[in-house]
Design a protein around this ligand. Structure first.
Ligand code: ADP
Length: 426
């Protein structure tokens, strides 16, 4: 109620009181019944207020055939409250509309969605979930485990840390691949999402199998070709002079191809998930000391090398792939650092976990490349990579191995100053 409308309502009420009181007083003067007339006036005034209050309340309750109050303050009060009421109703209608739209949209989603309580009791689900999980509205309140009895699904559901999705290659009697993911979404409530990714999953599998098979098939013929080339190079006297250079180049290229094939095979081995079965306690300090011996043998004349390795620091993981992470990062540091530079390798622990770092004073990498370096065959300078014997797969291998060890590669770099490649383990 604005201040001017309040004062207008009060002045109208006062004018009404003055006029009606004037009439009653005139009547009292005529009749001489002053006290009686005064009581009659008070009674009349009270009845008027009670009637207005009744109208006010009845109108708010939307009782039919009751007029809105027409007296001073009540009229103003009613106009204000009904205005607010209309605004609230409009807002509520709008919200209802939105939540209906949202409900309809989630119902129409092709992904199965189930809302669960902390104890996995079903609260709500959409049409796709109804079809996929064969659940009915009467199942609301039941534990999901009593309806879906697949052990790996139940185990996933019971996990506390739900960071990674689960891929189910057969589910609820269907031989299709489903991507299953669970999120905490509201005060401990959980949202289960099941998406049919059969085609995509199959395509990725076909690609992986193709790369693995092709690399495997190419490996043997290439070893034979390489063997013959080496044999020829080893007997330079029996080779015509004009064949020496082409033979040298053929040998170099076949070695490069061999390296690429080995890296492709390593990648498909890492992707095939068989690593989980080979987890042991890896003595990283010993692994790094062995690498240090080779590195010093190869590079100590041309580089300033520092290995700072904390003794006895072990890591739960798979040794061979971890070793390829360390070798890839360390050999990259030398390959991309001009002679005379410095390379430091650190393996240490602190309160936040275990850390591996390789720091170089090399050519550095500009920012726009950093996010793409772990893509297969992505190189900043293709010619330089090839010249230094690179396959373009080293950092892709590093990324995949680290993922399997719940870690990730971090890169800090400055053009012309050098780079730090690091990863943290828990
Ligand atoms: P490559 O066999 O080409 O070295 P990688 O996957 O190991 O392939 O690395 C990808 C690219 O990242 C390299 O081609 C290079 O451009 C860049 N790179 C990797 N390590 C370093 C480094 N320490 N300093 C500068 N550039 C680097």
């Amino acid at each position: 109620m604005s201040r001017s409308s309040v004062s207008r309502a009060i002045s109208r009420e006062l004018i009404w009181v003055a006029i009606s009181l004037g009439i009653f007083l005139f009547f009292a003067w005529l009749t001489g019944f002053w006290v009686l007339t005064l009581f009659a006036y008070i009674f009349f005034y009270l009845i008027r207020q009670i009637w207005s209050f009744y109208q006010f309340e009845a109108c708010l309750r939307e009782v039919p055939n009751v007029d809105s109050p027409q007296t001073g303050i009540w009229e103003e009060l009613y106009s204000l409250v009904s205005h607010k009421q209309r605004a609230l109703k409009k807002r509520a209608d709008l919200q209802n509309n939105k939540s209906e739209q949202f409900h309809a949209a989630s119902m129409a989603l092709p992904i199965a969605i189930v809302s669960l309580t902390k104890n996995h009791k079903i609260e709500w689900f959409n049409n796709a979930a109804q079809t996929l999980l064969s659940i009915k509205p009467s199942d609301t309140g039941r534990k999901l485990e009593t309806l879906v009895r697949q052990p790996e699904f139940i185990q996933y559901l019971k996990q506390k840390e739900l960071e990674k999705p689960l891929f189910l290659e057969a589910f609820m009697g269907q031989t299709r691949t489903y991507r299953c993911e669970i999120f905490d979404y509201y005060h401990g409530h959980r949202l289960l999402m099941l998406e049919d990714v059969h085609e995509l999953y199959n395509l990725a599998k076909i690609r992986k199998d193709f790369v693995a098979n092709a690399s495997h098939e190419l490996r043997t013929p290439l070893t034979v070709v390489n063997g013959y080339l080496e044999m020829m190079i080893d007997v330079p006297d029996q080779i015509p002079i004009f064949w020496k250079k082409p033979l040298g180049q053929m040998h170099h290229q076949s070695l490069r191809m061999q390296a690429i094939i080995e890296d492709l095979l390593t990648l498909s081995k890492i992707e095939s998930d068989t690593l989980v079965n080979a987890i042991t306690v890896v003595k990283v300090d010993e692994v790094l000391k062995n690498i240090e011996v080779d590195i010093r043998y190869l590079y100590s004349e041309d580089y300033d090398i520092h290995f700072l390795i904390e003794e006895g620091l072990t890591l739960k993981g798979v040794e061979e792939p971890l070793k390829s992470v360390f070798t890839n990062l360390i050999s990259n540091a030398f390959r991309y650092t001009p002679k005379g530079g410095k390379v430091s390798v650190r393996w240490y622990s602190d309160a936040s976990g275990l850390h591996f770092e390789v720091e170089d004073t090399g050519i550095g990498i500009s920012k726009e490349h950093l996010s793409r370096l772990t893509e297969r065959f992505y190189r900043v300078d293709t010619a330089r990579s090839r010249e230094s014997g690179g396959t373009g797969l080293g950092l892709a291998i590093v990324k995949h191995v680290l993922e399997k060890h719940d870690s990730e590669l971090k890169i800090q770099s400055q053009i012309g100053k050098g780079s730090i490649f690091s990863c943290d383990f828990l």
